[in-house]
Design a protein around this ligand. Structure first.
Ligand SMILES: Cc1cc2nc3c(=O)[nH]c(=O)nc-3n(C[C@H](O)[C@H](O)[C@H](O)COP(=O)(O)OP(=O)(O)OC[C@H]3O[C@@H](n4cnc5c(N)ncnc54)[C@H](O)[C@@H]3O)c2cc1C
Length: 519
């Protein structure tokens, strides 16, 4: 490409959730229907996917960001619930992570009450033996433990009382996105195998050779081909950085367990139950193959299904093994190719950070779509810096869950607490938080994926103690004056939501029958 050549044509390889979300997010930002609309950049998007290579296709949990992503693309929330077996997720409920016994705590999506201005954590420490941190500062904790919905049937699409994301069927979600992208957003969909990559003299990708639809030329190529990373990995040979020295899980046993009765409760959080060498969530067991065997991991999963669902469900469960190498590429945007989704990397399902990274990556590509080939290298550099930072923060936050555990009942938990397995950036923060509670100052960017509020929920949910200075800072003393009032306000809001919100099951059933009001 010549330096001044405009970027008009985007080719996406892969039709999993990453491919279709990326297509939809870029299309929602630009004009892709071939008509002139004001000064919107006119781009053409083509998505090619293999008819033979299946998508990863496990059930997925999303972050609240998915609401605005789908809304911007013009997808109806009622369609999402009805067509993707979707339900509302308000955060994660962790069982047995602290001691391996009956301990439980939540990481809700809503930050603590008045979090923008007041840090309630130091004030809560005085009452830590009477009330859990999440209960004291968040109304969502009670909703999650009671399986309540985050809104009512009269609440319009995407609006809420308590913030939420979704649990959904990944295959059905990709299909909903495909239909919308093709029918409403003007995206060209081709089914073919990419079998070779044609380069131009400057090393950029010029076109893709396919087995059935000829060559597909483009200006920018997005690699959404899954963990094989066909363009960025296989073609450009960008190294893969394994992070297994920090996070040991590398295998998942994914199961499909149907609800036994049509009126069984639907959890409003992801339930994550710690095991001897990993953890079990609603649809599977993720574990470290260096610490246990597949047989042992399946036994634990089936025992879990037997106790939480039924013996019949355990007998009829089919299990699919998915192996992965935790880590990410050394960079994500190289020449005129950018990787999004599993092709960029994957750590593990804890805290469900994969799809939100897809949303963030696609949003940055869409918002900063290079005007021409010359500026693309600058955008690529910024993209790489931003996402390398984000992967490091994800690793820190996920590892925090493991190092706070008191469990020492297996090598897995012992190895997880070894200092050599903890990133330095995380051990520094944890040392700091022994003396001061996490707060806005501790996270470097305004668009941080895990704000200090998330660290507070996990630290104090796991029983971490921050020693308070007897003198306190001026900010802490100011907060102390308003804390009791804020705790009371939170308790009142919680009671109000408990009085009016239906169960998650009741709301989902109603939406399936009547739909939600459009805004
Ligand atoms: C056990 C497990 C649990 C997970 N849980 C969560 C979760 O709770 N929340 C979350 O956000 N994420 C989760 N993830 C991650 C999430 O599943 C993925 O990030 C997401 O589905 C995106 O995958 P993808 O589209 O990148 O790749 P894939 O779904 O693998 O899609 C790859 C696409 O590339 C195509 N392709 C491959 N080769 C070629 C070729 N030669 N020519 C043309 N096309 C080709 C394939 O046909 C396919 O369409 C989980 C992952 C695993 C393994």
């Amino acid at each position: 490409m010549t330096p001044n050549q405009k970027i008009n044509s985007i080719v996406i390889v892969g039709g999993g959730t990453a491919g279709w979300l990326t297509a939809g997010i870029i299309a929602a930002e630009h004009n892709t229907n071939g008509t002139e609309i004001n000064d919107l950049v006119d781009v053409q998007i083509t998505l090619v996917e293999s008819p033979d290579v299946p998508t990863i296709g496990v059930g997925e949990g999303t972050w609240p960001s998915m609401k605005s992503t789908l809304q911007k693309m013009g997808i109806s929330e009622t369609d999402l619930i009805q067509e993707c077996d979707a339900s509302f997720k308000q955060g994660t409920l962790f069982n047995g992570w602290k001691t391996g016994g009956n301990d439980a705590y939540t990481h809700p999506f809503t930050p603590p009450h008045s979090y923008a201005s007041t840090n309630l954590a130091p004030q809560w420490q005085k009452f830590r033996n009477e009330v859990s941190f999440a209960d004291a500062v968040s109304s969502q904790n009670a909703l999650m433990f009671q399986g309540l919905a985050p809104k009512q049937i009269s609440t319009p699409e995407y609006a809420f009382n308590a913030n939420y994301g979704y649990h959904l069927d990944a295959g059905k979600f990709a299909e909903l996105l495909r239909k919308h992208c093709v029918e409403k957003l003007g995206i060209t969909h081709l089914k073919a195998n990419v079998i070779a990559i044609n380069s131009s003299t400057d090393g950029d990708i010029e076109s893709l050779k396919t087995d059935t639809v000829g060559h597909i030329a483009g200006d920018l190529f997005v690699d959404c081909s899954g963990s094989k990373a066909l363009l960025l990995g296989e073609h450009f040979d960008i190294p893969f950085c394994s992070k297994s020295q920090f996070l040991f899980n590398d295998t998942a046993l994914a199961s499909q367990v149907p609800y036994t009765n049509s009126d069984d409760p639907i959890a409003s959080s992801t339930l994550s139950t710690a095991q001897t060498s990993g953890w079990i969530w609603d649809i599977g067991h993720v574990y470290s193959s260096a610490h246990t065997t597949e047989e042992r991991a399946s036994e634990e999963l089936l025992a879990y299904i037997k106790t939480t669902v039924s013996a019949e469900a355990a007998l009829s469960t089919s299990i699919r093994k998915v192996a992965f190498n935790p880590g990410h590429r050394a960079k994500f945007w190289h020449k005129n190719c950018v990787a999004v989704g599993m092709s960029a990397g994957f750590i593990e399902p804890l805290e469900a950070s994969a799809l939100v990274l897809v949303e963030l990556s696609a949003a940055m590509i869409a918002e900063q779509l290079p005007a021409n080939r010359q500026v693309m290298d600058l955008v690529a550099k910024r993209f790489n810096n931003k996402f390398l930072y984000r992967w490091d923060r994800i690793i820190d936050f996920l590892k925090l869950h493991y190092i706070l555990s008191q469990r020492q009942d297996s090598d897995y938990w012992k190895d997880n607490s070894a200092a050599s397995s903890v990133p330095e950036s995380l051990s520094e923060l944890v040392d700091l938080w022994r003396w001061q509670s996490p707060w806005h100052r501790d996270t470097g960017h305004i668009d941080e994926m895990f704000p200090s509020a998330s660290f507070q929920y996990v630290l104090y949910g796991m029983g971490f103690v921050t020693q308070q200075s007897p003198l306190g800072s001026r900010t802490d003393r100011d907060a102390a004056k308003v804390a009791i009032k804020l705790f009371e306000e939170n308790a009142n809001i919680t009671q109000r939501w408990l009085d009016i919100l239906p169960s998650n099951r009741e709301l989902i059933d109603k939406i399936n029958t009547f739909g939600l009001q459009k805004i």
